[in-house]
Design a protein around this ligand. Structure first.
Ligand SMILES: Cc1cc2nc3c(=O)[nH]c(=O)nc-3n(C[C@H](O)[C@H](O)[C@H](O)COP(=O)(O)OP(=O)(O)OC[C@H]3O[C@@H](n4cnc5c(N)ncnc54)[C@H](O)[C@@H]3O)c2cc1C
Length: 489
């Protein structure tokens, strides 16, 4: 729904009173860079982009949009992969990129207080001289913003041991739809009342605008070892993941790559990956020296009995960085294999890895599209990269169907349709598969408690019951929708 001309003019005129003219973008060529996020298959131009740099400006913008009933899509760095920051055609993009200050690094409290536009990696860079780091490390960490990480509950290689964003955030300040500034969380371990901090984490810009964050910092581990194990069968690598965790070891990171991903990453990063392997596992262990030696022995034994054909142990930081460089650059590297790829994100119980990878390769044959798998195996968080060519008629749609089959399989084996990339615009239909109408009704109730007119990132993350009914995923008796009192958008 686009805005009527009077409201549009009124909006732009009043926004001009809130932010300086160079930070209010309204011309088509200025809006173009904001037409999509990392899920570039979907594009839309917003009415305007406002780039405030104070909390007061955010409050005024939100109040204005609330009065004029104009949708607001918050945007961090735009690296999201589920279309979460895809603009609304009748709304504004509220860009947080100018909120880029690290306010404080407090080593006594082991926290950093940061603005939402600060890059994930910049937090660790600021904490490093004090001997600390910020654990959640999405592969996009050189670019993605911490505000976007909180909004997506981002994960990364080190989240297996140290938790996702939600476990590493202590406090946030948000601006609610009426312009109020709220502080959620506390400086202590427990906070009385409902856990609104956890609710905001992963809320995909639909409940409030995050304007300040206190993240937890961890002391840098004493020692680190990285093992790379090669396998002749993908299935054996999948089983080795469950075996390692089953021995009571929680690695700092446990990642898996299959042959297409290994070949692409090796050609790109020259990480010394074995090109004859069907799959590799990268396992990072950290801790005190004694404890670490014991763990390395146990993991090596486990990998051998899981039929690893070759094991390399990287002892020094240079060799470790080289091994990780391949994994960290695997997404862009796979981009060299085909003109386009579609990155899926779903999570399964670890014991299902081998079965699900086998099914994905069957889907690949069925849909006639190749797939490369590179993922956080320890968490069961899959990232199948489906290769396609958008210039070939129908290939995007085939890739989407392939992706939908994978996500629905994740639900079937007891997993979830996202692990870290959020639902956004992309996975709305699979939400109908994951959740019942009663659960979706509760989600809408929470959304409307924060945002009664549905102005914050409307149309994302939670499908309407009507949409699910159209997909046949909700039971409709005699043509009567359950809960007719709920607005259908
Ligand atoms: C190469 C590559 C690798 C990636 N690897 C990973 C990975 O390992 N793990 C992982 O979790 N993700 C990964 N991602 C996805 C992406 O980087 C994350 O989802 C990241 O958290 C998005 O941050 P952003 O600043 O780019 O947010 P954006 O894309 O700008 O926005 C994402 C969502 O957050 C909302 N939002 C942003 N800022 C705010 C705010 N201040 N207040 C309220 N809502 C806000 C937006 O409305 C949108 O819904 C990867 C992406 C790429 C391109």
């Amino acid at each position: 729904m686009s805005l009527d001309t009077n409201t549009r003019n009124d909006l732009i005129f009043q926004l001009g009173d809130i932010v300086p003219s160079e930070y209010l973008l309204t011309k088509e060529e200025q809006l173009k860079p904001y037409e999509c996020d990392g899920l570039a298959a979907y594009q839309r131009l917003p009415v305007a982009v406002a780039l405030p740099d104070t909390i007061e400006q955010v409050q005024q913008i939100v109040k204005l949009c609330s009065q004029l009933k104009v949708p607001i899509v918050a945007r961090g760095a735009g690296t999201g992969l589920s279309g979460g920051a895809l603009p609304h055609e009748g709304g504004i993009i509220l860009g947080l990129s100018r909120f880029n200050k690290i306010i404080d690094v407090d080593t006594n409290r082991q926290t950093a207080t940061v603005q939402p536009g600060v890059r994930n990696l910049a937090i660790t860079e600021a904490a490093r001289p004090h001997g600390f780091y910020y654990a959640p490390d999405p592969s996009s960490q050189i670019a993605c913003s911490i505000g976007g990480n909180v909004a997506e509950n981002a994960g990364g290689v080190h989240c297996l041991k140290y938790g996702l964003t939600v476990q590493n955030v202590q406090q946030v300040k948000i601006v609610t739809i009426d312009g109020t500034l709220l502080t959620l969380g506390s400086e202590t371990l427990d906070t009385p009342g409902y856990d609104l901090l956890a609710l905001i984490t992963g809320s995909e810009g639909m409940l409030g605008i995050i304007v300040e964050i206190v993240v937890k910092l961890l002391p840098k581990p004493h020692s680190v070892k990285v093992l790379m194990a090669s396998f002749n069968k993908v299935e054996e690598a999948g089983n080795a993941v469950a075996d390692i965790i089953g021995r009571g070891i929680i690695p700092a990171g446990l990642e898996m790559m299959d042959k297409p991903a290994i070949e692409a990453a090796e050609a790109f990063a020259k990480a010394n990956y074995p090109l004859d392997a069907a799959a590799i596992l990268l396992c990072e262990l950290d801790g005190d020296d004694d404890q670490l030696e014991e763990q390395v022995i146990l993991v090596e034994e486990t990998l051998k009995s899981a039929k690893a054909s070759h094991i390399v142990i990287a002892e020094n930081p240079e060799d470790q960085a080289k091994l990780w460089a391949g994994r960290k650059s695997a997404f862009p590297a796979v981009g060299r294999l085909s003109p386009d790829y579609y990155c899926m994100d779903g999570t399964i119980p670890r014991k299902q890895i081998a079965y699900v990878l086998q099914k994905i390769s069957e889907f690949s044959e069925h849909h006639g599209l190749l797939v490369a798998n590179v993922f956080h195996a320890g968490d069961g968080n899959l990232h199948p990269l489906i290769l396609y060519d958008a210039n070939i008629d129908g290939e995007l749609e085939t890739a989407e169907h392939f992706g939908a089959d994978i996500l629905e399989l994740c639900v079937k084996v007891g997993g979830t349709i996202t692990g870290e990339h959020g639902v956004g615009h992309e996975k709305m239909d699979q939400m109908c598969v994951q959740f019942s109408d009663t659960e979706l009704t509760q989600f809408f109730a929470v959304k409307s408690a924060f945002d009664p007119d549905s102005l914050l990132n409307p149309g994302k993350a939670i499908p309407t019951l009507h949409r699910c009914a159209e997909l046949g995923a909700m039971h409709v008796h005699n043509g009567e929708l359950p809960h007719p009192e709920i607005p259908r958008f």
